[in-house]
Design a protein around this ligand. Sequence first.
Ligand code: SF4
Length: 141
Amino acid sequence: MKLNYSKKYSRRVWSIKNARFLHEFYKCFISLLRCVKPILPYLPITSVEKTVKGTLFDCQMCGNCILSSTGMSCPMNCPKGIRNGPCGGVREDGGCEVIHDMPCVWVLAFDGNKKINADMKEYQPVLDHAKVGSSSWLKDI
Ligand code: SF4
């Protein structure tokens, strides 16, 4: 499906196109962090995560990252905050029904998922608000 979206979302679309590379890179990166675990408390991991993921995914630091289960499309960019698949209002061109020039994060997720073969049927629990603002990278270590 050819999406008609505003250029301001092109970084998200780039990340979906490169989902396999980003997914594999992340696995290597986490292995590297595990090797330097003792010094992690002295490194600005949360700030780096916020900058990198903000640039690539428009991450909002929900602290409950599920990018690996959503084809590298951040579900927190859904204006309805839906973390378990699209609502019934996706437009014919794949756009969001709330923000018309934005591609639906779940349409992007299905595209990205074709590249990383994640289990999108896996149920995602509701957001744990106590973790908002914390590092998801550190939780994966
Ligand atoms: S799921 Fe949460 S941590 Fe992951 S990219 Fe989206 S806002 Fe950031």
